[in-house]
Design a protein around this ligand. Structure first.
Ligand SMILES: [Zn+2]
Length: 174
């Protein structure tokens, strides 16, 4: 119900979000990130979905499922040679990487390395950072939401009143 109310409030007051994710997909994804972090290391996922007027997240593909060693140093490092499976999965499902998400031990600011190494170096790509190993706030307003502007520059949308990220239902005709 809270989700419906926030959708309606936004619908009346704010413009459409840039990216949406159904509550069940988001909550399951957050629980998995917390489990895989185990309060000890960063974890993360590619967020697969569709890009139309609004980007829609359908699926989390966790970094350590793509590369079993991705989390072993404490920060996320993915061996590029492992990415073939991901592109094949995208081709098979018709989905594409619409954003990425990873957890930090405490806050949700971007590190230098986050800024220097966009997961997808494409203008408009969204990077989401969840604080406290995903054991605390996991909702817009309490998480990092960044948009890639190109040339290693980002826009920080984390504290916008109407976050570009909307968790919940959104009418398909808008
Ligand atoms: Zn980071």
């Amino acid at each position: 119900m809270a989700s419906l109310i926030s959708t309606l409030a936004r619908f009346v007051i704010g413009g459409p979000p840039d990216i949406i994710c159904p509550v069940d997909v988001w909550d399951k994804g957050m629980a998995e990130l917390a489990r895989r972090s185990n309060r000890q290391r960063e974890s993360g996922a590619f967020l697969l979905g569709t890009k139309k007027k609004v980007r829609r997240i359908h699926e989390f593909v966790f970094y350590d499922d793509v590369d079993p060693d991705a989390l072993s140093t404490g920060i996320v490092v993915i061996d590029g040679r492992r990415l073939g499976w991901l592109w094949e999965h995208c081709r098979r499902t018709g989905l594409e990487v619409v954003a990425d998400v990873h957890v930090h031990p405490r806050g949700f600011g971007q590190s230098r390395s986050d800024q220097a190494n966009p997961v997808i170096a494409e203008v408009g790509h969204k990077a989401i950072i969840i604080p406290d190993f995903a054991t605390g706030s996991t909702s817009p307003g309490g998480i990092g939401v960044y948009e890639y502007l190109g040339a290693r520059r980002w826009r920080d949308d984390s504290r916008l009143q109407h976050s570009p990220l909307h968790i919940g239902w959104w009418p398909t005709w808008r």
